[in-house]
Design a protein around this ligand. Structure first.
Ligand SMILES: Nc1ncnc2c1ncn2[C@@H]1O[C@H](COP(=O)(O)OP(=O)(O)OP(=O)(O)O)[C@@H](O)[C@H]1O
Ligand SMILES: [Mg+2]
Length: 359
């Protein structure tokens, strides 16, 4: 019984995101015309949001969810392997029939289901055009009965994959074909790589063919409502907001700590100490000449956040790019703003500045 209770308690339910869900539902309720890019800081809950929503969709939708995280993709074969999933026991006809059948909720597939024979054929063909042509036909068949939703998470994984030309351009062309031209399939591309979003944003071929959906950490009310579920005291709630803001991943961690009877003040301070030391370690790399930036220039960037939480940028510089690559800063190229990846990063940056002054 005890074990059972513990297990039940540890299961964290999905929290809120009403505004974002409504926005995505509005997109899904209309014919696909644009590619949707979902972006936001690290660990803001982008994947969780789309996965949760995909499970709630009614039976006239079918979701194909391809997550490229941790996948090593360097050529055509790797890419094809990442896109598809073999359904061994079925023929191609059976697969299409299964997808087209009515069920209570939307079918959710991890990877696009195909037979082994088809996958082997696609491996042999060796051109992206064949894959995209095959998929066009696939979505066309399904489209007779269902609305398809294609999700590509961690799209930045393939940002530099080149065969004859960059794969990403071929993929964008395919997405445009599925949405704007044929209205066959909703396409959601997710990434937390803000430099990649910047590249997409200035990409001429995507002008007027996509929309951007920003998924940020929880705002104050949402974060407090989350903490209320786990019976945080008033002081604890304010302290959590002060230290980690609305970053879901930390809120979940702290809710677990709370359920385990840990001291919340100690926990948040521990998190801040770890993050401060991680940021300080950049200066070790500079001293050891492992990175080419000067300590002064990095400090200058940090100083911008001494009194501000978010700044408007005029021009990008290489120090900012470096700090974005290190996941300390997050840039929003659409708003032309820069901010620390989380409240914890902001406080850590301010701690680093204090350490500098003491020197
Ligand atoms: N709405 C939510 N309700 C409850 N927990 C959430 C919610 N959103 C995110 N989380 C928690 O935060 C963690 C991080 O979320 P998620 O992996 O979706 O972030 P992400 O933005 O996709 O991160 P990345 O930048 O690494 O892709 C999840 O594992 C989950 O525990
Ligand atoms: Mg994610």
């Amino acid at each position: 019984m005890r074990d059972f209770e513990r297990k039940e308690m540890r299961k964290m339910g999905f929290h809120d995101r009403e505004r974002e869900i409504k926005e995505i539902m509005n997109i899904l309720n209309t014919e696909p015309t644009l590619i949707t890019f979902i972006y936001g800081p690290i660990n803001s809950g982008k994947t969780e949001l789309i996965n949760h929503l995909a499970k709630q969709l009614p039976e006239n939708y079918v979701v194909f969810n391809v997550n490229l995280r941790g996948k090593f993709i360097s050529d055509y074969r790797d890419f094809v392997r990442a896109l598809f999933k073999i359904e061994r026991e079925k023929t191609y006809k059976d697969i299409i029939r299964k997808i087209s059948e009515v069920s209570v909720k939307a079918l959710n597939f991890v990877g696009i289901p195909v037979t082994e024979d088809i996958l082997n054929l696609l491996f042999k063909e060796r051109t992206y055009e064949d894959v995209f042509e095959f998929l066009e036909d696939y979505f066309m068949k399904i489209g007779e009965n269902k609305n398809s939703v294609l999700i590509l998470d961690e799209l930045q994984v393939i940002k530099d994959v080149k065969v004859d030309e960059l794969l990403i351009y071929k993929l964008f062309n395919f997405f445009i074909r599925l949405t704007k031209e044929l209205h066959l399939c909703h396409v959601f591309a997710i990434t937390s790589d803000s430099l990649f979003v910047e590249r997409i944003y200035k990409e001429a071929m995507l002008q007027g063919r996509c929309r951007y959906l920003f998924v940020d950490d929880f705002d104050y009310e949402t974060a407090i409502a989350f903490l209320n579920k786990y019976k945080f005291g008033e002081k604890e709630k304010e302290m959590v907001w002060e230290y980690v803001g609305g970053k879901p991943v930390y809120l979940v961690e702290l809710a677990n700590a709370k359920m385990n009877g840990k001291d919340i003040e100690e926990e948040v301070k521990k998190l801040l100490k770890i993050r401060t030391n991680q940021i300080l370690s950049i200066f070790d790399e500079i001293s050891l000449r492992k990175v080419e930036y000067s300590e002064e220039a990095i400090i200058e960037e940090f100083k911008r956040f001494e009194n501000e939480e978010i700044i408007q940028y005029d021009r990008m510089n290489k120090e900012k790019i470096f700090l974005v690559e290190r996941n300390i800063l997050f840039i929003d190229p659409i708003q032309r703003t820069v901010k620390p990846q989380s409240k914890l990063d902001l406080l850590a940056i301010r701690n680093v500045l204090k350490c500098e002054r003491k020197k």
